[in-house]
Design a protein around this ligand. Structure first.
Ligand SMILES: NC(=O)c1ccc[n+]([C@@H]2O[C@H](COP(=O)([O-])OP(=O)(O)OC[C@H]3O[C@@H](n4cnc5c(N)ncnc54)[C@H](O)[C@@H]3O)[C@@H](O)[C@H]2O)c1
Length: 395
């Protein structure tokens, strides 16, 4: 029986948000556990926060110390991967140091704050052939996986148009002026990167489009707008895209749409039909075909060979662990599915076996890079009043 994988957190102290869903998802299967953390930038507070963690972990004063300590630890106590859940400007440095130390990395999005850092990470990951995941949560819903299959298998015909969106309303006022941690760093170009709303949630909308359709954005015409006075970064992000198959898409995100909470969704119009999916209702997707009743596919209640889905829906998709339909899965389950798939690759890497970090099960380093390249192109286009701008060439 292999021992559970040891995970070390970078970030997570003092009311941090996303470290919590991750740490729960890490523990979902009993085959991974959080054993260590560098939880805060100040070393004294980092150790205090580790001592207050709800179960025993080894606290470190900094991620440098945590990564450096690995050399001398007994095999069964070494970290098998690190999880980076810090603000965007503290992704690159710990990720690079972990890769150089041979430790796989699961990193929050957006990958980095600029393209130069993203390029360097891609090169480092490729040079060492090490598992690297990017936490695009919504790919982890089983219905996202089914959407991917439906669209890529051509069941909607040729893709003509995609509307991929992420709508929020929580930054409709100057929340950052209240000192709220998550709002302060998200609205500061030094800590968030070149785009606020686009980097934070536009990258999720882009990833959902790419994951489900398999299409790439070739060119963008972007409008990055700031509605809240005095804010330094965009809080409204509207991108008209030309896609790699010649079709078009809208990738849009906003943080000022009062009433929307985490309204990420996608609609794909093909020559034969339409697919609709929303993460706030993630247990089902809807298919619309001309002159036919709508079909609603629920996770756990899908029957291949039903007149729309062929008999040969991949067995691996049908066999992904889920609970019976009607017992709702949601955000934590999606995260758990990503960590579960990442674990498989980490174990293969450790055994010296081939692993396929190809983006089919979780976003990989190239996906992270593409998010940053997209932001780079959008910022450039928006500065030129929406001029069509070509995406940077993949490295
Ligand atoms: N995948 C998703 O759905 C999702 C959702 C929310 C946030 N995020 C991403 O997760 C990251 C964190 O976001 P958040 O909302 O949890 O932020 P947060 O402000 O709530 O938490 C950030 C944590 O990082 C810690 N930190 C900062 N600098 C550090 C350093 N040098 N060393 C150690 N710890 C440090 C802070 O103390 C805090 O614990 C961001 O990149 C964000 O874009 C992703």
């Amino acid at each position: 029986m292999p021992r559970p994988l040891n995970v070390g957190l970078v970030g997570g102290g003092r009311g941090a948000f996303i470290a919590q869903p991750h740490q729960k998802a890490i523990h979902f299967d009993g085959t991974r556990r959080v054993v260590a953390g560098a939880l805060f930038p100040d070393s004294k507070i980092a150790l205090e926060e580790a001592a207050k963690w709800p179960y025993p972990i080894t606290g470190y004063g900094s991620y440098d110390e945590m990564i450096g300590a690995q050399k001398t630890l007994p095999e069964d106590q070494k970290l098998d991967y690190i999880l980076i859940v810090t603000p965007n400007h503290v992704h690159f440095d710990p990720a690079m140091k972990a890769i150089k130390a041979g430790i796989p990395v699961f990193c929050e999005k957006p990958l980095t704050v600029n393209l130069k850092e993203a390029n360097a990470l891609v090169r480092a990951v490729r040079a060492r052939n090490i598992p690297f995941g990017v936490a695009h949560t919504y790919l982890g819903h089983w219905t996202s996986r089914l959407s991917r299959y439906i669209v890529r298998a051509g069941l909607l015909g040729e893709v003509r148009w995609v509307d991929s969106y992420y709508l929020q309303g929580w930054l409709a006022t100057k929340v950052e002026a209240t000192g709220a941690q998550g709002a302060v760093w998200r609205t500061n170009p030094k800590t968030a990167g070149g785009s606020g709303c686009g980097g934070d949630i536009g990258t999720h909308a882009l990833m959902q489009l790419r994951y489900v359709t398999g299409l790439e954005v070739a060119q963008v015409s972007a409008q990055l707008e700031t509605f809240v006075e005095g804010r330094l970064l965009d809080d409204h992000f509207t991108i008209y895209c030309k896609l790699s198959n010649g079709s078009k898409a809208l990738v849009r995100a906003t943080q000022i749409a009062i009433g929307h909470k985490n309204d990420l969704g996608i609609e794909i119009n093909g020559t034969k039909g339409t697919l609709r999916w929303r993460q706030e209702d993630p247990e089902c997707l809807t298919i619309h075909l001309s002159n036919q009743p709508d079909r609603v596919y629920w996770r756990g209640a899908v029957t291949p060979g039903d007149g729309f889905l062929p008999k040969d829906v991949p067995a691996s998709l049908m066999a992904e662990p889920t609970i019976p339909s009607g017992h709702p899965e949601a955000f934590h389950d999606a995260f758990a599915r990503l960590h579960r798939c990442f674990e498989e690759d980490v174990r293969k890497y450790q055994a010296g076996a081939a692993f396929k970090c190809d983006g089919a099960k979780y976003a990989n380093i190239e996906d992270g890079w593409t998010g940053i390249a997209f932001i780079d192109a959008c910022v450039k286009s928006s500065k030129k009043k929406g001029a069509w701008t070509t995406m940077p060439k993949p490295i």
